[in-house]
Design a protein around this ligand. Structure first.
Ligand code: 6PG
Length: 265
């Protein structure tokens, strides 16, 4: 693994030789943060995304993690969710449930899926309401600098267009400053209706990991990480935890267009 701390102030880069190596490092990282948060706060508040991320964190269901992680202390959220029924193939909840959550002893009432009987707008505002209750009880911590929730960890993927969560390039959702959770009905990546954490929430987290693999992400990753004076930033470039730590979990193909990357680096 090439481990470049503080690459151009865009966080820590962990570039892996293989997806298996990446998955092991990612599982170690999540298990370590879970242990630290449970020790410090008694809870681990983690937000998931959809896409390839879920298969890359599947090692958490295997030894040693399935036994060593304190699953009962996990509170699980979604950084973004597609507004479809929970048993629909497009549901991020279903993806995570089938892939991971059904295989480890998480507490069902600590899994905060969206209300799938509501419109996107209603689902976003209800999700924010639930989050506000959990911040009041400090199940989810609170930012020192804003009233935003401070997740112990937010796990994001990145699309080939540089989107993270359901924050797409040039979309007005990127400018949302007041809401914690917003909605869109015109996602360029299907399905069109989604809810998503806003940038202030993502950037208030203690830890944010962006997990990105494959050559189709190389251009967007270059735009997200390297110096791009004057260019309109891709959404992934706007991920910048104010008082937290940002780590990029990459494979060599995704990292192949970063400044200074060598073919056999
Ligand atoms: C979604 C995801 C989305 C995803 C990226 C990357 O619901 O669509 O949350 O933000 O993380 O599109 O997906 P891949 O890793 O599958 O390319």
């Amino acid at each position: 693994m090439a481990d470049t701390a503080g690459h151009k102030n865009r966080g820590e880069l962990r570039i892996h030789e293989s997806l298996d190596e990446l998955a092991t490092d990612l599982a170690d990282y999540i298990a370590e943060l879970s242990e630290m948060s449970v020790k410090e706060r008694g809870f681990f508040a983690v937000a998931l995304s959809g896409g390839s991320l879920i298969s890359l964190i599947r090692k958490l269901c295997e030894a040693p993690y399935n036994r060593t992680v304190d699953w009962a202390k996990w509170h699980i959220f979604w950084a973004d969710e597609r507004v479809v029924a929970k048993n629909h193939e497009d549901s991020n909840y279903k993806l995570a449930k089938d892939g991971i959550l059904s295989k480890v002893p998480v507490v069902p009432s600590h899994v905060y899926s969206i209300n799938d009987s509501l419109s996107a707008e209603e689902a976003a505002s209800e999700y924010e309401f639930i989050l506000r209750q959990l911040v009041k009880t400090r199940t989810v911590s609170v930012s020192e600098t804003s009233d935003c929730p401070k997740f112990d960890l937010i796990l994001l993927g990145m699309g080939p267009d540089g989107h993270v969560a359901s924050l797409f390039p040039h979309h007005s959702a990127l400018d949302e400053k007041d809401s914690w959770v917003t909605f869109i009905t015109d996602s360029p990546k299907p399905p069109p209706e989604r809810i998503t954490f806003t940038l202030p929430v993502i950037n208030s987290a203690s830890n944010v990991a962006v997990v990105t693999t494959g050559a189709s992400k190389a251009d967007a990753l270059h735009l997200a990480i390297d110096d791009m004076a004057g260019a309109i930033p891709v959404p992934a470039r706007m991920v910048h935890p104010t008082n937290g730590k940002l780590v990029w979990f990459l494979d060599k193909s995704a990292a192949s267009k970063l400044d200074g990357s060598q073919p056999d680096e």
